[in-house]
Design a protein around this ligand. Structure first.
Ligand code: OOG
Ligand code: MG
Length: 258
């Protein structure tokens, strides 16, 4: 039977709106393929944009071994970053979310459009204005934060909130593979990694995303932010939790659950 993309997009939006976790789609349909999953993701984005939101960028997920192992999914995924999900301060109201987690992110700010196919890591760097540090707050809409590859794609790769650092470096000022990141929860170090953890090269991740979008007739746009994926695993973000990601060259970024 064919998959009703609009139905599942409504299902996921209702879960986010109601702050209530829902059963994974793959537990309810016989087969959910990758193309159907991206079609649900696109329908979900349409619903969000229909409410007056605009796109602030795009994201990759599951680009590090740490994240793939934590989530039990061994392929990278691509999603969207609506403007309403970009935090303007450190506070993250937990009551707006279901079971949020936080994770460090290397983030590219684009100076130029970037369109696949055939984009290389060098081409990708040519389109970058600066590299900044960030923290993503992810919030799976699924029960127990548990999903298959296609479930998480449909759910816009668990995107929920993102905090972006103010200090950045030019794309060729520092090799993003060598940028180091330490992740602290309530003052205790819980993870550390370098940019190389992201499939060997964060710029290669950016190129992969541009090539993925190119297949769907889409492109990354000048001014957008692009998250390359978390280099360490994610940690719960509860009321009272303070999470800080400290980067070499990029300063630090903090979020606090309130
Ligand atoms: C999926 C989103 C993964 C990342 O940076 O790896 C992601 C999830 O873990 O729920 O954003
Ligand atoms: Mg992420």
């Amino acid at each position: 039977m064919s998959i009703d993309h609009a139905h599942w997009a409504q299902y996921l939006l209702a879960a986010a709106d109601g702050r209530s976790e829902v059963q994974a789609i793959t537990k309810q349909v016989d087969e959910l393929g990758v193309d159907d999953a991206y079609a649900i993701q696109a329908a979900l984005l349409e619903l969000q944009l229909g409410r007056g939101d605009v796109l602030a960028g795009a994201k990759l997920g599951l680009t590090s071994a740490a994240k793939q192992e934590q989530m039990g999914v061994s392929e990278p995924v691509y999603g969207w970053v609506p403007q309403a999900s970009v935090l303007t301060g450190v506070e993250v109201p937990i009551s707006e979310l279901i079971h949020p987690r936080c994770e460090p992110e290397l983030v590219f700010i684009l100076a130029e459009d970037l369109a696949g196919p055939g984009v290389t890591a060098e081409d990708a760097l040519d389109a970058v204005e600066k590299v900044v540090g960030g923290i993503e707050v992810i919030d799976s809409r699924y029960e127990a934060f548990s999903f298959t590859l296609t479930d998480v794609i449909a759910d816009n790769t668990s995107a929920a909130r993102v905090a972006i650092g103010s200090d950045g470096v030019g794309p060729r000022e520092v090799d993003s593979k060598t940028i180091a990141c330490g992740f602290e929860i309530d003052g205790e170090q819980v993870g550390s990694a370098t940019g190389e953890a992201l499939l060997g090269d964060p710029a290669g991740c950016l190129a992969m995303l541009a090539n993925h979008l190119g297949k769907h007739g889409q492109k990354l746009q000048a001014g957008w932010l692009v998250m390359a994926g978390a280099p360490t695993d994610a940690k719960p973000l509860d009321i009272g939790t303070t999470a800080t990601a400290s980067y070499s060259h990029l300063g630090s970024v903090t979020v606090q659950g309130v």
